[in-house]
Design a protein around this ligand. Structure first.
Ligand SMILES: NC(=O)c1ccc[n+]([C@@H]2O[C@H](COP(=O)([O-])OP(=O)(O)OC[C@H]3O[C@@H](n4cnc5c(N)ncnc54)[C@H](O)[C@@H]3O)[C@@H](O)[C@H]2O)c1
Length: 340
């Protein structure tokens, strides 16, 4: 049915389904089903971030999940998990609990054991962690669970990360960022995904999919997202396309990235201005609500599912539409005196 709109546009209005029963059957046929699929998710250390929300969505769809947890965060994550701190957010809609097949210590800035410098190897937070480089984790995953279908890269490096391995520069403007800090941001936040695709691509089943998380600061200027992080996200988005081509041809897998709106995760809080970004989004995005991590998790589940089998090399915005705005609706310069 075509209906004229007041602005001169025409819109197509869907006809109601012939019977309620038929529409229910159609909806069931489109559910996301990842039963039997195996996923590896890098970048979960609590139940607040996107990585956890993606794990939960994939589990809701039936996938088996293994995690790569940043080495210095592993102990507290496992202790909190055991003590039931995450139990409320582990609850699944079928009455079960989110669980993990395997939890691996991981540091995505190191590709092989030879890359780990002495001061990290002997650091008390790393000593005893065993294998934690990207290549070693891929080998362990292959040995423990066999081939996998889904790879998720949900890593970010806030100052807490830098303070251990790199320079604390994410809060510095680009004009004040050192070469070391810039390259550290690129290493942890973009090359780590290239490294994961190099090592996990060969153990992915054809038809599989990989996903990463990016941020609008890659293409528009977001003062405060510094230290080379904006550059790292730009590289990650460009690499998404090249990897989609290369890994698509070589391994028959898809590669996409989600550009997420602001979320008060641990990494984001470390940068320091996340509450401002959340308020800004609420005031200026087309959809006026706070972004829930689960909304990103759900889109990730769709993108790695067979429903998205023709989508690859894509940057998918999950940000309440903020990315389309060219004007800040709450700008003081737009204010008008209300006439009485
Ligand atoms: N929070 C936001 O507003 C926002 C917006 C857009 C995109 N993102 C992106 O989402 C992704 C997830 O971040 P989040 O905000 O959910 O925060 P988060 O703190 O939940 O996740 C970041 C994770 O990265 C891990 N990590 C850091 N360095 C690592 C390393 N070298 N090796 C292995 N793991 C490492 C941390 O331990 C942490 O678990 C990041 O890529 C981030 O840039 C976040």
């Amino acid at each position: 049915m075509v209906r004229a709109m007041p602005n001169g546009l025409r819109t197509v209005v869907a006809r109601p389904a012939a019977s309620g029963r038929r529409s229910v059957a159609a909806a069931a046929g489109l559910s996301i089903d990842l039963t039997g699929k195996k996923a590896f998710i890098a970048g979960v250390a609590d139940d607040q971030g996107f990585g956890w929300a993606i794990a939960k969505a994939l589990a809701e769809a039936g996938a088996e999940i293994s995690l790569g947890v940043w080495v210095p965060a592993l102990n507290i994550f496992e202790t909190s998990f055991r003590r039931g701190k995450f139990d409320e957010s582990r609850k699944l809609s079928n009455g079960g609990m989110l669980d993990f097949a395997h939890i691996y210590p991981m540091d995505a800035v190191f590709d092989t054991p030879e890359d780990v410098p002495e001061e990290v190897r002997t650091n008390k937070r790393y000593a005893g962690a065993g294998a934690f480089t990207v290549s070693e984790i891929a080998e362990r995953v292959k040995a423990d669970v066999g081939n996998i279908d889904i790879v998720v890269h949900s890593l970010a490096n806030g100052p807490e990360v830098h303070s251990l391995a790199n320079g604390p520069e994410v809060t510095k403007p680009l004009l004040e960022t050192s070469r070391k800090g810039y390259l550290a941001a690129m290493s942890a936040s973009s090359y780590s995904f290239v490294s994961m695709m190099q090592r996990f691509g060969p153990i992915m089943n054809p038809g599989g999919a990989a996903i990463s998380l990016t941020y609008i600061a890659s293409e528009d200027v977001i003062p405060g997202y510094g230290g080379g992080m904006s550059s790292a996200k730009a590289a990650l988005e460009s690499d998404t396309k090249v990897l989609a081509y290369e890994a698509g041809r070589k391994y028959q897998v898809r590669v996409n990235t989600i550009s997420a709106g602001p979320l008060g995760s641990r990494a984001a809080k470390a940068i320091g201005f996340i509450d401002d970004m959340i308020r800004y989004s609420y005031a200026n995005a087309p959809v006026q609500k706070e972004l829930a991590a689960q909304e990103v998790g759900n889109v990730a589940a769709f993108l790695v599912s067979p429903l998205a089998s023709a989508i690859t090399g894509h940057c998918c915005y999950v940000d309440n539409g903020l990315n389309i705005m060219g004007l800040a609706m709450d700008s003081k310069t737009l204010a008008r005196e209300e006439s009485a």
